[in-house]
Write a protein that binds this ligand. Structure first.
Ligand SMILES: [Zn+2]
Length: 328
């Protein structure tokens, strides 16, 4: 039997950095967190090294036992060279060569991946994607991102390595303005932030509406929570909005199903937080948007890793890096 392989993972979030020590047998041996609000990279980078080495030592291992590290980072980035160019939430991080820094200071090989793709990799190695060769992972929170596993490989695309922008396919001609600059994107209809902005705009002069009452009349407090509550309570405005969201979700899912013939669609955040009330109406509309025999082969399931995904993201990127290296 092959010897167990150990890897270090770094999930570079805009407010928190998750560090994990994991193995290819699916175990997480240690985790650490670093706050990352308003930081300078010259303060944080040495901590990534010292915390990583601490986890290795506490597990009774040495750096010689670590086969690789993985970095899960937000885009935009120079992914080929492992440089964080301009992460939206960290204004002091500009053109940070994080991959080269960690290679040199950890003394091991490593890789750099888009964080949405790392979500898919985390589900593949540790969650709802285990054992599958074809699935789509969708983060359904403030925005909609995702990753594609097809024919047993992560799909990255061309030089920009940006395949899997699942939220930014326009599904309506001249539709709602999206934050990305395009019009009519799927995210502009179903992303949590876009829906909240829309409802805030539509209800700001309607203090008697159920959603406004649920937030005590403070329009800025409207998010998916009161919208869901009002929809469950049969408020006509919220029911119509929920129905439109479900139809739009089905429209996008139908494209993924017909294009990729996936075994699973694995849904993050909103889907597992809300449950069947979220997914049942999507399933009702899906047959309008894809072929039945392909849809019949596809399960729609919630993410298994949920809030812990940050500790697995970088670890999974490293395990996938080793997998791809072994296949070369
Ligand atoms: Zn967009």
């Amino acid at each position: 039997m092959a010897q167990e392989k150990f890897v270090l993972g770094y999930d570079i979030g805009g407010t928190k950095i998750g560090i994990g020590l994991g193995s290819d047998s699916g175990k997480l041996l240690g985790t650490a967190r670093i706050e990352n609000v308003n930081t300078y990279p010259e303060d944080i980078l040495p901590q990534l090294v010292s915390e990583g080495k601490r986890l290795v030592a506490e597990a009774g291992l040495t750096m010689a036992d670590i086969a690789a590290f993985g970095i899960s980072a937000p885009f935009p980035a120079d992914a080929k060279n492992g440089i964080m160019t301009a992460p939206a939430n960290n204004p002091k991080w500009r053109n940070v060569p994080i991959l080269a820094y960690l290679k040199e200071n950890l003394g091991i090989d490593g890789c750099f991946e888009n964080d949405a793709n790392c979500g898919a990799l985390a589900e593949w190695f540790f969650g709802a994607g285990r054992g599958y060769t074809d699935f789509i992972y969708l983060t359904m929170s403030t925005g909609i991102g995702g990753g594609i596993i097809a024919a047993n490989h992560l799909v990255r695309g061309n030089a920009a390595l940006s395949a899997g922008e699942m939220g930014h396919i326009p599904i309506e001609l001249n539709g709602r303005q999206c934050n990305c600059g395009l019009k009519g994107c799927y995210e502009a209809y179903c992303g949590g932030r876009a829906i909240a902005q829309r409802v805030q705009e539509e209800l700001k002069d309607k203090p008697d509406s159920m959603i406004m009452q649920l937030v005590g009349g403070d329009v800025s407090k409207i998010d998916m929570v009161p919208i869901e509550k009002a929809a469950r309570a049969n408020d006509p405005y919220a029911v119509a909005l929920w129905d439109e969201m479900s139809l739009r979700n089905a429209q996008a899912f139908g494209m993924y199903v017909n294009i990729f013939n996936p075994q699973r669609l694995i849904l993050g955040t909103l889907a597992w937080a809300v449950g069947d009330f979220y997914t049942d109406p999507i399933k009702k509309y899906l047959p309008q948007f894809c072929w039945k025999h392909i849809l019949d082969e596809c399960e729609i399931v919630p993410s298994e890793l949920r809030r812990d995904i940050g500790f697995y993201a970088g670890v999974a990127a490293a395990l996938n890096y080793l997998k791809e290296k072994a296949e070369k």
